[in-house]
Design a protein around this ligand. Structure first.
Ligand code: ASP
Length: 317
């Protein structure tokens, strides 16, 4: 049977005007590497869940993206990360919020799903669980990134927070033309027709202590159900939380019978726009149909499938 893997590296005002040839090369290489890692697993008959973890781990290790190593700085000058994973075959899920010094938060989310008896752990409790499970830690220096640090220094004395890179000033509304959201995510359909979705993020620069976005919230930024679809979102988290975006796409498919593409378009290009939400999502269904859907200028994205189809792209049509 066929399989499909789809990834994103964040959405936002990604246009040719803010990218030079070298950056295009780097982002393209980063996305391809993540696709290859997940593809290898699916190609060998591995599970959608393992492929999603492999792709996201690769993106977390790449400082270009706002997750894991490249996580942005909070108001306190720290890196606090959120991540979630969901298995569409049994509706099991694991999520983590506000963790520090975890090398790959997506792996911690999987451990929470498999071993904690809970779905969602945060802060100190998550850190203690990580320690007990032998999850790999990394020192503060590992997460230090000059560009992101300078972005934070520019606004740290204000009440504003901003999206990844030269983000909007602020309070959540996009104002600067160079803002991007750098969260990473992956969704996959494996040979068995099982779906999985995962998302990992550093959140938003200068975010308040304890702020949690949509990414780790099951149903908002991440959702998977074999009956419908697997979804990973990226964008300004607050509207995505209020619109419960990922679960809404699934519900529209389940209860109204819309196709994957139509359900994604209804949520991202209509419902979310009406509440001022900007960003996008990646989606796959159990037949291997996939979609990239965004209402921002661009989204770092890519896909690879068993039919030999493969692509990466950044900009809108
Ligand atoms: N959705 C993420 C958040 O609000 C940000 C992003 O997608 O880059 O934390």
């Amino acid at each position: 049977m066929a399989f499909t893997l789809v990834i994103h590296g964040g959405a936002g005002n990604i246009t040719p005007a803010i990218m030079n040839a070298e950056q295009e090369k780097q982002y393209s290489a980063g996305l391809k590497e993540a696709l290859d890692k997940g593809y290898e697993i699916l190609h060998k008959g591995g599970s959608a869940m393992d492929a999603v973890i492999a792709s996201i781990t690769t993106l977390e290790d790449n400082p270009l993206f706002n997750a894991g190593r490249g996580a942005v700085f909070t108001k306190k000058g720290l890196n606090e990360m959120d991540a979630a994973i969901m298995d569409g075959s049994n509706l099991m899920a694991g999520a983590v919020a506000g963790v520090r010094n975890i090398k790959n938060p997506i792996k911690l989310a999987r451990e929470i799903m498999l071993k904690s008896g809970h779905v969602f752990l945060s802060g100190e409790g998550a850190a203690e669980f990580a320690l007990n499970q032998g999850i790999e830690m990394a020192p503060d220096e590992y997460f230090f990134n000059r560009l992101r640090y300078d972005q934070w220094v520019e606004i740290r004395d204000s009440d504003f927070y901003q999206l990844d890179h030269k983000a909007d000033n602020l309070k959540g509304q996009a104002a600067n033309p160079e803002y991007k959201f750098g969260t990473v995510g992956a969704v996959a359909c494996d040979e068995q027709g099982n779906l999985a979705a995962g998302t990992s993020t550093g959140g938003m620069t200068n975010k308040r202590f304890g702020r949690i976005g949509d990414s780790p919230v099951i149903g908002a930024g991440t959702y998977a159900n074999n009956k419908t679809c697997a979804i990973s979102c990226t964008g300004h988290g607050e509207p995505f939380l209020r619109a419960v975006v990922a679960h809404d796409v699934s519900c529209i498919m389940e209860y109204k019978g819309l196709s994957l593409q139509d359900a994604c378009a209804l949520v991202i290009k209509d419902k979310l726009v009406k509440i001022g939400g900007e960003g996008g999502l990646i989606a796959v269904d159990a037949k291997g149909n996939y979609d990239f859907c965004f209402n921002s200028a661009g989204m770092y994205r890519g896909m690879r499938d068993s039919e030999g189809k493969s692509m990466v792209a950044f900009y809108g049509e």
